[in-house]
Each structure stands twice: as structure tokens, then as C-alpha cells.
Design a protein around this ligand. Sequence first.
Ligand SMILES: C[S@@+](CC[C@H](N)C(=O)[O-])C[C@H]1O[C@@H](n2cnc3c(N)ncnc32)[C@H](O)[C@@H]1O
Length: 202
Amino acid sequence: MLTVVGMGPAGQQWLTPAALAVINSASALVGARRHLAQFPDFEGETFTLGADIPALLDWLAARLDENIVVLASGDPLLFGIGKRLVDHFGIAQVRVIPGISAVQYLCAQAGVDMNELWLTSSHGRQVDFDQLVEQNKVAMVTDRVCGPREIAAGLVARGMGHRWMVIGENLAMDNERIRWLRACDEPGEQYDMNVVVILNER
Ligand SMILES: C[S@@+](CC[C@H](N)C(=O)[O-])C[C@H]1O[C@@H](n2cnc3c(N)ncnc32)[C@H](O)[C@@H]1O
């Protein structure tokens, strides 16, 4: 059985009991370094998730009769490894345990409802800012290439400098930082891992 588990934004406290139960019964764990580090006493085989997804798929394919658990940040099916696993192996072979996504966590902290929220990602992909500015409420998971500064520039270039950005960095971690600013306020350059919510009005 192959299971992909949502780890929540960070830390054990945001992991659901269902996720923890599955992890505790795993014969092998797959995950990013920061997720595997949460289980220092795990004695089974581990596979550190990197950029080489085909290698991961081969490794998993050879172990489908074992109890393998893949640790995914946030929710596995929100711009996560869950989609790739379901597309590759089929849902009949993949059990998905949902998690609290970084977007959900940020909305909760900022008091922003998620009704009609347009979800997108700049993580390894090109952002369509023309389509983005057509939306009233957007949440974006980001990467180092396109983060708060580039989003602000994209908004300002389309005359949307008045829009609010809620920038959530290192969510659920000791160094969490959540800031509200308008796109025209030009966010600085230095950002740790972050999610951005963009709003027409506060
Ligand atoms: C590949 S995406 C995965 C999103 C994840 N599936 C989710 O539901 O949150 C990775 C991106 O998620 C965001 N992210 C994940 N955990 C975060 C955290 N604790 N704080 C801020 N952003 C986070 C960042 O934008 C990061 O680059």
C-alpha cells in the first residue's frame, strides 16, 4: 500500500491524528529532509525526496506491496507530490491522507475566508498575472524565482498596486512572520519560504 500523508505547514502539532497513525505503521518513509527529521526514532527504510521524481517513482514501484508512506508538505493534493503519485499509480493504488495546507493555515491566522479563493502556484512554473488580476481573492504558493517582490511587481505593472498582499513566511515555525502590505509598498527582497494571499480589499 502506498500512502501519501499531508504533514501540515510545519511541526507535529499541525499533523492530524490520522496522519500520525499511518506514519507510525509505515515500513518505509519518503520525504523531504525537514519532514523525515520529525521522526528521528523511525527504524524502517527512508528515502529523501529531492528533485529526481522519476527515481522516486521507480523506487516506489518496486515496493508497492510494502507499507510505504510519503510525507508531503501541507496538503498532498494542493500543488504537492500527491497529484504526481495519483497520476502515475492511479487512485486505486494510492491512499491520500489530507493535511492542513500552508494556504489554509495562513488564511486562518489572517482571518481571511477561503470562499471563492483562487489557488495558484509559482513553484517551478510561470505565473499568468493577466489571469491573476481578474480574480478578487488569490492564494499563491511561491518559490525563490517568483515570491512577494515579483508578485508585487506583477500587480503594479497591471495597475493593481492598491491590492493587499498577506505574506506568510515560515508558517507554524518559531520564526513565523505574517505581514499585510499593499503591492505598491514594494516588499523587500529577502523572504524565507512563504505563501501570499492577494486581496482586492482588506
Ligand atoms: C510544493 S509547494 C507545496 C504546498 C503544500 N502542498 C501545501 O498544501 O501547503 C511548496 C510551497 O508551499 C509553501 N509552504 C509550505 N509550507 C510552508 C510554510 N510552513 N510556510 C510558508 N510557506 C509554506 C511555500 O510556498 C513552498 O514553496
